[in-house]
Design a protein around this ligand. Structure first.
Ligand code: 13P
Ligand code: SF4
Length: 365
């Protein structure tokens, strides 16, 4: 019989330096049996231990091709779910802190989306006319909903291709949970704003008229990211007044007004790539999470590139921040002792359908 799990409370008060040394030792002991995936929003003390770093698309591809027995996901809950769905049944996906969720993902749930689908039948036949598209920032059962209804998953780096695919299937798209990613992407595909309506999930028929629904090409769920909504167009205006030569780059989870003022829009991976590849001595105003921006600023400083955070107030993703070295150490030392803690396991009934929608995405994009 294996030893009982090491208790989290014995790790909570360890200082970061001790954690650092013990994480390195535990990783060495586990060797190729364990892979650590780290999202760009992770704090430095955790991020530096990742074997692979990336945006959500890149990390889901890494999870799908990994041979490791244990996939430790330093990110948020939906990412560890995707790792579980795309990996083989004998592989184990682990989230170091189970409280690391995503507030945007929580803005849509299966019940509310099912209700929306039912209510749409008052106006049209959704099975024939609507492709459901879920942003990867969503629970597994919503990906399963998309799998069941011939829909698909997208990430912030492939949303355009996925929408093109979706319109090739059916004339309309129901896009959840992030209204901004949907609107910003649709607009860049020349879909007029009045053909992208917002479905208010607290109101009957989403607060829309039948005519609005008939006319709509994209029905946008009224969800948003609480971190990216902190960036405002006036932040850009004020900065440009002082430094007109600044290049503005934003994540598509930012509002439409912010994205309208940005010259570059894309995923976390795109933001890093664009600035890394830019000419030296350029100045950038960046609208995405603070940990990424701070790390990038340090990295490109030697090339004379100046990186500024778009908001005057600190906005970090508090749930990404939950994964600290103490939790990471706790899961790794348990694994080294043969104990699995914080496994994320999606029920097979959902996983099967969610896999369909995820694999469609991986094939299309
Ligand atoms: P990326 O896919 O760009 O990494 O975005 C994930 C995310 O949660 C952004 O808020
Ligand atoms: Fe979710 Fe926003 Fe955090 Fe991304 S930054 S994980 S969308 S809450």
């Amino acid at each position: 019989m294996s030893a009982p799990a090491l208790a989290l409370q014995d790790f909570a008060l360890l200082d970061d330096t001790e954690c650092e040394e013990r994480i390195v030792a535990a990783k060495r002991k586990l060797g190729s049996r364990c892979v650590i995936l780290g999202h760009h929003y992770q704090r430095d003390e955790v991020f530096r231990h990742a074997d692979f770093t990336g945006d959500s698309l890149r990390l889901s591809r890494e999870a799908a091709k990994s041979d490791a027995q244990y996939i430790v996901f330093c990110g948020v809950h939906f990412m560890a779910e995707v790792a579980d769905i795309l990996s083989r049944p004998e592989q184990v996906s682990i989230l170091p802190d189970l409280a690391a969720g995503c507030s945007m993902a929580d803005m849509a749930n299966r019940q509310a989306v099912e209700r929306c689908w039912r209510e749409l039948t008052q106006v049209l036949d959704p099975e024939q006319t609507v492709t459901p598209v879920t942003y990867i920032n969503s629970a597994a059962d919503l990906k399963a909903f998309c799998g069941k209804h011939n829909g698909i998953v997208c990430t912030s780096s492939n949303a355009r291709k996925i929408l093109e695919w979706s319109f090739a299937q059916r004339e309309k798209v129901l896009f959840f949970p992030d209204q901004h990613l949907g609107r910003n992407t649709g607009y860049r595909m020349d879909i007029p704003l009045d053909e992208m309506v917002t479905w208010d999930f607290t109101k009957p028929l989403g607060g829309l008229t039948k005519e609005q629904i008939r006319k709509a090409r994209i029905i946008l769920w009224k969800g948003f990211c609480s971190v990216h909504q902190m960036f405002r167009p006036e932040h850009i205006d004020r900065f440009l007044e002082r430094h007109p030569d600044t290049r503005v780059i934003a994540h598509p989870e930012c509002s439409f007004e912010v994205c309208q003022k940005a010259q570059y829009i894309g995923s976390t991976e795109y933001i890093l790539k664009t600035i890394r590849e830019a000419e030296p001595n350029t100045r950038w105003l960046v609208g995405t999470e603070l940990n990424l921006v701070n790390r990038l600023a340090q990295e490109v400083k030697p090339e004379g590139k100046e990186i500024h955070f778009m908001s005057p107030t600190v906005c970090m993703c508090s749930t990404m921040f939950r994964t600290d070295p103490q939790h990471l150490l706790w899961v790794l030392e348990n694994l080294a002792e043969g104990q699995v803690v914080n496994r994320i396991k999606v029920p097979e009934s959902d996983a099967r359908l969610a896999r369909l929608a995820l694999n469609r995405m991986l094939q299309v994009a």
